[in-house]
Design a protein around this ligand. Structure first.
Ligand code: SAM
Length: 276
């Protein structure tokens, strides 16, 4: 049985340095920034991608997660991984109860990072939940979610085979990092089938929403927010980049009269902390 956070001895400065070095290396590896050359997957109108070397003077795009890495394990970039780390550090400091979940995992890199960071901050009793179809995004449903087709941009993500990654591939990625165990929980299927079933089953400390669409964002918020602990975080990956996603956040917050301040991480990622 792990010791409760408040009974654990604070890490020494050298332990903190080792922890930070480990997590920094992991972040750069997950973003495919350790090799001398890295490839971008450049999206084409027909739903394919073209592997293209990322020029040296463009490598900072991987910091802000503004390209699709052809070989990387996450597309969110260093800034958003750093922000996840900062949130987990605060959960540990403040003893916020609950597990963490990512809705929309792709190759699993951010979930792998959350699993590593939980251990590194002494939260080894928490589970990491990964919800995904593991076959890409659903086509928009104009009848139920017209917001997903109101603008042409971002409404064809379901056509990209590059965004479809099987559960087996994600498990193998966890294994390669030595981080696959019974604390990693997979929820396979479309969010509107799977996420409502999680309602009331556990307490969450952190929700990381990365499903791009209005539907995927609103369904996650409606299914998971009520079980988010006070002091827990909602992280929204596409808040700045995808108007449909931002609309879902705004609609949900307005419906629930949530006025907790939204902090922007980079050009698209944002989070708020539940205060009540
Ligand atoms: C942009 S990718 C996630 C990127 C990932 N978080 C990372 O760290 O790189 C979006 C993911 O959301 C999943 N997804 C989006 N909407 C979904 C839905 N309604 N149901 C199930 N999966 C969905 C897709 O399968 C895809 O894996």
């Amino acid at each position: 049985m792990p010791r409760p956070t408040f009974l654990r001895r604070a890490p020494s400065p050298s332990q903190e340095r080792l922890r930070d070095d480990y997590l920094d290396l992991l972040k750069r590896s997950l973003c495919d920034l350790l090799a001398p050359q890295t490839l971008s997957a450049v999206p084409q109108p027909d739903g394919s991608v073209v592997p293209t070397p990322l020029a040296d003077d463009e490598r900072e795009r991987r910091e802000t997660g503004s390209d699709w890495p052809y070989n990387g394990t996450t597309m969110v970039g260093l800034r958003r991984l750093e922000s996840v780390q900062a949130c987990i550090a605060l959960l540990a400091r403040d003893g916020v109860p609950g597990d963490v979940i990512e809705t929309g995992v792709w190759r699993g890199g951010t979930s792998i990072f959350m699993r590593a960071a939980l251990d590194a901050y002494g939260l080894a009793d928490r589970e990491v939940w990964l919800a995904d179809s593991f076959e890409g995004l659903p086509p928009p449903k104009p009848d139920r979610f017209p917001q997903d087709v109101r603008q042409e941009q971002w409404s064809n993500l379901h056509e990209f085979g590059f965004l479809a990654v099987s559960q087996e591939q994600v498990r193998r990625a966890f294994e390669r990092h030595g981080l696959l165990d019974e604390r990693v929980r997979f929820v396979e299927g479309w969010f509107d089938d799977t996420l409502p079933k999680l309602r009331g089953t556990r307490s969450w400390a952190l929700l990381r929403l990365d499903g791009d669409m209005y539907e995927s964002t609103i369904v996650a918020l409606e299914s998971l927010y009520d079980d988010l602990a006070v002091g827990g975080f909602v992280i929204v990956d596409d808040y700045g980049a995808i108007p449909q996603c931002r609309q879902a956040v705004e609609d949900f917050r307005a419906a629930r009269a949530i006025d907790d301040e939204i902090t922007q991480v980079d050009w698209t990622g944002a989070w708020w902390r539940r205060s009540r």
